[in-house]
Ligand binder design. Structure first.
Ligand code: BG6
Length: 456
């Protein structure tokens, strides 16, 4: 059923970092595409007026992607600003005047999770949570299973699930979306997608930078909570889910939850944690911090299709390169071919910074006929400026009321169920020099047979 489009966008945290880096550039892009023609009301407590707020937006566009004079003129005319404390009723009275007659506003909470409860309750008591209004929240959705349940119950007291949009910006990335298209419209992956042909699965999210001034946030979070239980689990479920009955939001989200449900709860033996050397000197980090900046996990999916396929996920800061990639070695063929060294075939899906789907195969080396030359059949796709960014995509979908690319309540709780006891266990933490592939210990504990494939 087609949802009613929102007729106003309210965003809390309007003078914050997320707004500056991601939201204003996305709003400008939406204007350019003709996807935004409703009032955009920023709410924050900074003592600013509308002109100062617009100056901040303008500055954000200049620093992040460039200001388009025509689009900016339009966006500027849509901007409103409410200054006030989130706990103060006057803020919401002022918001009410700015909202005017809006019947279907979207409230976007780009604020620290600690404030979600307060703002949601205020919105509800001022009558902004009713009927067609929507709420958009940013990860982290809690810090463990219990806090995720608490957060869900706060949200669900005011909004029903169909009106709650939990952003995992990874889902808004075109190549992540494309994973389903690739899998379900092509006979090649369909034929290979099971334990009959897949040897193991490796998902790597490597970043070649540290915590970039976010030390105090990161130190309370760590790699598993920051990117593995959300972004990498989204990649994993897209990769392994069964074909949905249809491609509507709930059929897709149902299938993804089924994958999480089939993953046994993890424990200390499933993880190897690392911390880059020098992390303790980062501003905002506790002097004796035991927070991981690298983690490798091994897990399995207990479904007949995936039985016996080990799955490895790893992510880390200050690794050698920046790259998110899925690498899937296939099983060996039973054929040996005289004296040739035969490699395993593989499938490689690179999410960023380049977008690639590749298949590794064996061919005879034309320069030396007695040798195998492993090559890749590569489908490369270079995003250009016409492609939506992840944030533009998810904001556009939230305003249109399409929940496909958002995490559902049951999904979020299942993801926490999987990692919760493992995170609470006392697991060792190993140091690693910056710009290496994490601690050495990972290679003897959480590693595929034959070792990790490091993206190049
Ligand atoms: C965020 C994490 O969710 O994702 C960051 O908090 C991480 O630590 C970022 O750097 C990565 O996102 P992207 O889109 O740059 O790959």
């Amino acid at each position: 059923m087609k949802k009613q489009p929102s007729d106003a966008l309210v965003f809390f945290g309007a003078t914050g970092d997320l707004a500056y880096k991601k939201i204003f550039p996305s709003l400008q892009a939406m204007v350019k595409r003709g996807h935004l023609n409703i009032p955009v009301i920023g709410v924050a407590k900074s003592g600013w007026n509308l002109d100062q707020f617009k100056a901040r937006a303008q500055d954000s566009l200049q620093k992040h992607g460039g200001l388009d004079p025509e689009a900016w003129e339009k966006l500027s005319s849509l901007l409103h600003y409410v200054d006030g404390d989130y706990n103060d009723s006057q803020t919401y009275e002022h918001l009410s005047r700015e909202l005017d007659q809006a019947a279907c506003p979207t409230h976007y909470l780009a604020i620290p999770p600690l404030l979600f409860g307060l703002v949601v309750e205020k919105l509800s008591s001022f009558g902004y949570a009713k009927e067609n209004s929507r709420i958009v929240i940013e990860k982290p959705f809690g810090t463990d299973l219990q806090s995720a349940k608490n957060l869900n119950s706060i949200l669900l007291r005011a909004f029903n699930e169909s009106r709650i949009f939990r952003i995992d910006h990874y889902l808004g990335k075109p190549p992540v979306h494309n994973m389903l298209f690739f899998r379900f419209t092509n006979i090649i992956p369909e034929a290979l997608w099971s334990n009959q042909y897949i040897d193991n699965i490796q998902i790597t999210m490597a970043e070649d930078f540290g915590v970039q001034g976010r030390g105090s946030f990161y130190d309370k979070t760590g790699t598993v909570r920051d990117v593995i239980e959300n972004h990498l689990f989204q990649l994993l479920t897209n990769l392994l889910m069964e074909k949905p009955q249809s491609f509507d939001s709930e059929s897709i989200r149902d299938e993804k939850v089924k994958i999480l449900k089939a993953i046994p709860t993890l424990s200390a033996k499933n993880i190897l944690r690392g911390q880059f050397e020098g992390y303790l000197q980062e501003p905002g980090v506790q002097a004796d911090s035991k927070t991981e900046t690298f983690a490798a996990l091994e897990l399995e999916v207990q479904l007949p299709r995936w039985k016996g396929v080990p799955i490895y996920l790893r992510a880390g800061k200050n690794l050698p390169i920046e790259c998110t990639e899925i690498f899937i070695p296939l099983k060996s063929t039973s054929t040996s071919y005289t004296n040739y060294q035969i490699s395993k075939n593989h499938i490689r899906i690179r999410i960023s910074p380049q977008v690639t789907i590749a298949m590794g195969i064996n061919t005879i080396n034309p320069d030396c006929e007695s040798e195998n030359l492993p090559v890749e059949l590569v489908a490369n796709h270079h995003p250009d400026s016409l492609e939506m960014t992840a944030y533009e995509r998810v904001l556009t979908d939230a305003l249109a009321g399409d929940p496909t690319l958002f995490a559902r309540e049951d999904y979020v709780e299942e993801a926490w169920r999987i990692v919760d006891p493992m995170l609470k266990a006392d697991t060792p933490l190993y140091q690693y020099p910056i710009h290496t592939w994490g601690p050495q210990e990972v290679n003897t504990t959480i590693a595929p047979k034959g070792g990790w494939h490091h993206p190049e």
